[in-house]
Design a protein around this ligand. Structure first.
Ligand SMILES: [Zn+2]
Length: 368
């Protein structure tokens, strides 16, 4: 009954009730979890996830699946731990099987509303193990890690996961209690830092308070997907820490020289994204007015996606300077802005970035 209530969608804008009540779109370029206001979330594109985890792995010649798994496991555990800890009496109630069953169904609802997958419990033996059928996972290793992290938050012991394909985009996922976490998991702790305040104003739905700037999102909770109706591409809501933790660990394993590769993957993906959005309709250079409109349109999406708050933008003699507060990941954002610049100005570029003060990054782009 409660879950049915939580699964409703806003009759005005279609936003899932759970998302508009559990998450907050703030005036400082962040999306946070209401019960733990320092815990950030972001909207990411499926194309970005594919470019990062499949593309980068292929270009580096190593698999980064295990790194992504461990980063996501820690992040999911943190999110669900905070949920359980904030509800009075919940830790005690979690000793009982019906409450555990309710929690697992809640995990499934969160996964489908966040566009991660559709999940059905096939077999739930309580604390020891469980089997689910997963359809349309956004990226199976990270999805499995989410389930493991959720179970670890519920039971407070380490779990492991294994899965096998059972049909088109469908997997049987088994999670099971295990003794210890691998050593790498200890290094993947989240770096949760406070955000700077901001004055950005996002218009919101009069009925559910979800941001109106996201009205192009089509929520398909039964399929476990969210579609950006402008580009027909899939997006998802994810914690705001996994990708940075993965970057940190790849750098630790492979050295700083991977920075260029990571930034280039993001640059290439952004160029394709700008084109899908129809911001570069011809191969001719845009007029100064159209150019400025295109920058404003793309940059206005940053706060809606929880990627940061653009507070200053200057364009002069073919160069641009942009200041962003609370960037989701300054390094990733440098790749985004480089891609945006190159797509709109139709020229290769040099980007420099500097942390003006904690939580504030300045990016300067010039033709190469
Ligand atoms: Zn609404």
């Amino acid at each position: 009954m409660i879950l049915k209530f939580m699964a409703r969608q806003c009759r005005v804008c279609g936003f899932p009730w759970l998302i508009s009540n559990v998450m907050s779109w703030n005036d400082n370029g962040t999306i946070t979890i209401v019960m733990q206001p320092e815990m950030k979330a972001v909207i990411l594109h499926q194309g970005f996830i594919d470019a990062l985890f499949s593309g980068i792995g292929a270009r580096l010649g190593v698999s980064i699946e295990h790194i992504a798994f461990e980063a996501q496991r820690n992040a999911a555990k943190e999110v669900f731990d905070s949920t359980f800890n904030m509800i009075p009496g919940m830790r005690f109630a979690l000793r009982f099987k019906p409450v555990k069953r309710f929690s697992v169904r809640y995990f499934n609802l969160v996964a489908s509303d966040c566009g991660m997958c559709h999940s059905d419990v096939v077999n739930f033996e309580g604390v020891k193990s469980g089997v689910s059928r997963i359809t349309n996972p956004f990226y199976m290793p990270m999805l499995a890690a989410n389930v493991v992290g959720a179970f670890e938050a519920m039971e407070r012991v380490p779990y492991k996961a294994e899965w096998e394909e059972s049909g088109p985009d469908t997997y049987m996922l088994k999670v099971e209690q295990t003794g210890e976490k691998p050593e790498i998991a200890q290094r993947m702790d989240l770096h949760i830092e406070p955000s700077l305040p901001g004055k950005g104003r996002l218009e919101s739905c009069s009925h559910c308070r979800a941001p109106r700037g996201l009205s192009h999102l089509e929520w398909k909770p039964y399929d476990g997907m969210i579609i950006d109706s402008r580009t027909k591409s899939r997006v998802l809501l994810l914690d705001g820490y996994t990708v940075s933790a993965v970057f940190r660990e790849i750098r630790r394993e492979l050295g700083d020289e991977v920075d260029e590769l990571l930034m280039d993957a993001q640059r290439q993906w952004t160029i394709a994204h700008v084109s899908l959005l129809g911001l570069t309709p011809t191969t001719e250079p845009l007029s100064p007015e159209k150019l400025s409109e295109a920058y404003v349109e793309y940059l206005s999406m940053l706060p809606l996606h929880g990627h940061g708050n653009p507070v200053s933008f200057k364009a002069e003699d073919g160069s641009i300077e942009l200041v962003v507060e609370n960037p989701y990941d300054p390094f990733l954002l440098a790749g985004t802005i480089k891609g945006l610049y190159e797509a709109l100005e139709k020229t290769e570029s040099d980007v420099s970035r500097e942390e003006v003060r904690p939580g504030v990054s300045r990016f300067v782009l010039k033709p190469a």
